[in-house]
Design a protein around this ligand. Structure first.
Ligand code: HEM
Ligand code: CA
Ligand code: CA
Length: 295
């Protein structure tokens, strides 16, 4: 059972140490907080929050880092190493890597102006990685809302959690490959995605030429790219979601997610409350409860 007081005796300053390293890294990399919360998400969805995403290839391990949703996309491992180094000097052998990712996610959100919360701690690091699991369980930007919902349900997260957690796209960047089909030939129609604002479409076409490399970067939230706020949801209301999976939350006709988007857009505080609740649920995903669900 996880508890916020897990390191009170053994590493009382763990959170401020993690925060300090991230604050330092943010000075030269305003994107790093976004990258860190994404690592926690991609860890927890695959065999629970056990640090599995951090393991490298070896004779016995096929890393998750090279699974399709992660390869050449997730980043921040150097800062995780820096955090680990700082903690090893303050409290050697105490803090698990899975807990480092959970604390780093919370500190990243609060440093970007979002909510802060008491992170539940006491996760154990696993010794195995699951590349196939990562390919199967992690959501993709071209998936339908129904598929996204079911991937979240598989790990015990409901539709409100899906919408709230998608709000993490209020900061960070994406590569053109993650949304370029929307700009030129959407679903083989030969036309752009009709749910994409036409001015924003032109901007994005300028950033992502049809025959470009696809690794060009742009902000997930065009309004406040580095601030953790509810602009992600107001963007969706004006058809300015970057990923197809973002815009679907608002543009899928008749979907129960539309009211939730409108609510989070109108009441940033409600978004923050639901986001915290969903982050705590996500941080509680364990391999055991996943097996129980899928057996
Ligand atoms: C709902 C399903 C989701 C899908 C389909 C999705 C997909 C993506 C994609 C395609 C990218 C850009 C990757 C790239 O181009 O390299 C991205 C970035 C990001 N995602 Fe998600 N995501 C989802 C949910 C989440 C959740 C639940 C969180 C965290 C709670 C999250 C946090 C982020 C962040 C912060 C970034 C930017 C990372 C950076 O700048 O390094 N996403 N996501
Ligand atoms: Ca994991
Ligand atoms: Ca923002």
């Amino acid at each position: 059972q996880l508890t916020p007081t897990f390191y009170n005796e053994t590493c009382p300053y763990v959170s401020s140490i993690v925060r300090g390293v991230i604050a330092e890294a943010l000075q030269c990399d305003p994107r790093i907080g976004a990258s860190l919360i994404r690592l926690h998400f991609h860890d927890c969805f695959v065999d629970g929050c056990d640090g599995s995403i951090l393991l490298n290839n070896s004779d016995t391990i096929e890393s998750e880092k090279e699974a399709a949703p992660n390869n050449n996309s997730v980043r921040g491992f150097g800062v995780v190493d820096d955090i680990k180094t700082a903690l090893e000097s303050a409290c050697p052998g105490i803090v698990s890597c899975a807990d480092i990712l959970a604390i780093a996610a919370e500190e990243s959100v609060s440093l970007a102006g979002g909510p802060s919360w008491k992170v539940l701690l006491g996760r154990r690091d696993g010794t195995t990685a699951n590349r196939t699991g990562a390919n199967v369980a992690l959501p993709g930007p071209f998936e339908t809302l129904d598929v996204l919902k079911s991937k979240f349900l598989d790990v015990g997260l409901n539709t409100t959690d899906l919408v709230a957690l998608s709000g993490a796209h209020t900061f960070g960047r994406a590569q053109c490959v993650s949304f370029r089909t929307r700009l030129y030939n959407f679903n083989g129609t030969g036309n752009p995605d009709p749910t994409l604002n036409s001015t924003y479409l032109q901007t994005l076409q300028g950033i992502c030429p049809e025959n470009g490399t696809g690794i060009e970067l742009t902000n997930l939230d065009l309004t406040t790219p580095d601030a953790f706020d509810s602009c992600y949801f107001s963007n969706l209301q004006s058809n300015k979601g970057l990923l197809q999976s973002d815009q679907e939350l608002f543009s899928t006709s008749g979907a129960d997610t539309v009211d939730i988007v409108n609510y989070f857009s109108a009441y940033q505080y409600a978004f923050f409350v639901s986001f915290v609740e969903a982050m705590i649920k996500m941080g509680n995903i364990s391999r055991v409860n996943r097996n129980r669900r899928t057996n």
